[in-house]
Ligand binder design. Structure first.
Ligand SMILES: Cc1ncc(COP(=O)(O)O)c(C=O)c1O
Length: 284
């Protein structure tokens, strides 16, 4: 089965999708996006992704008329066409096609693009062993709560991590850990699960919220609060979360081993809970 694309009302094989060179997403990064993972054919937490997409669009004054029911139908239709049970759905909405002027075009339709691909998960051994991360200054703008197409600082951070043989770059702003280049971050200290508060400097992660809910259901103490980098480096456990990586233990920061260099017990429990949760997902 092929990867499937959708562009403004039409499904096709992904490679047949043609985007205009005048698309404002291409010219300015003037748009927003989401990534949804499908487990056994079910797009996980799709309503949370839809709500965040709508919010991101509203925050940049981008109007699109796709409702929740149509969005759900699109996801299911694309997945069905692709035949993928384990899939990765990329959704991008831009301010449409117009001659290159920074100001908004007077009229025009947004570009709504979706790509349905097969999910290629990280190797099991990486998920079990955990990963190295590096820290680096958070040079992003002050609206990281908007899932915008402008990802240059994230691209540079991830590349820097790659060059340091690390999996992720962790942003630090004013001495506080914010999030990863492509993930949210958690620390565990004395049994308390801590993740940076959701504000304009951090993306309100869908996985982050699910993990918090699962941790609370397990009776764990959870705090949304700033994490000073000094505290992060002294944490008992740390892990990254995100739609494609799920929960990934951090075992090394800036080349220094965290505790005993093994995924911690709370990370392991939460990972088991998360796996059980997504394997039981049904469409609602
Ligand atoms: C900067 C950033 N933070 C956090 C996340 C995790 O968000 P989610 O769990 O909604 O995928 C992502 C995922 O793309 C991200 O790019």
């Amino acid at each position: 089965m092929p990867d499937i694309g959708y562009l403004n009302g039409h499904f096709s094989p992904l490679e047949a999708v043609k985007i205009s060179p005048d698309d404002r997403g291409f010219l300015f990064g003037d748009g927003v996006y989401e990534v949804i993972r499908a487990y056994h054919g079910i797009p996980a937490f799709w309503y949370a992704h839809f709500n965040r997409l709508v919010r991101s669009a509203k925050e940049i004054q981008l109007h699109f008329s796709l409702g929740q029911a149509d969005f759900q139908r699109l996801l299911l239709h694309g997945l069905q066409q692709s035949g993928y049970q384990e899939g990765k759905i990329y959704i991008q909405v831009t301010r449409g096609v117009a001659p290159r002027e920074h100001t908004f075009p007077p009229i025009g339709e947004p570009t709504v693009f979706l790509a349905f691909r097969k999910m290629v998960a990280l190797p099991t051994e990486v998920c079990q062993r955990g990963v190295n991360v590096i820290t680096l200054p958070d040079t992003r703008w002050h609206r990281c709560d908007i899932k915008s197409l402008n990802l240059l600082p994230n691209v540079l951070a991830k590349q820097k991590a790659r060059e340091a043989n690390a999996f992720e770059g962790i942003f630090v702003r004013d001495g506080l850990v914010t999030e990863g280049a492509t993930s949210n971050i958690f620390a565990v200290k004395n049994g308390t699960v801590i993740t940076p508060e959701r504000n304009h400097l951090v993306l309100a992660g869908v996985t982050q919220q699910q993990v918090v809910t699962l941790a609370q259901a397990k009776g764990l103490n959870v705090q949304f609060r700033p994490i000073p980098i000094s505290e992060f480096l002294e944490s008992d456990e740390a892990f990254l979360v995100g739609t494609t990586i799920e929960i990934l233990p951090v075992i090394q920061v800036n080349g220094k081993t965290l505790r005993d260099g093994k995924p911690g017990p709370i990370t392991t429990i939460l990972k088991q809970q998360f796996t059980a949760h997504v394997s039981g997902l049904a469409m609602s």
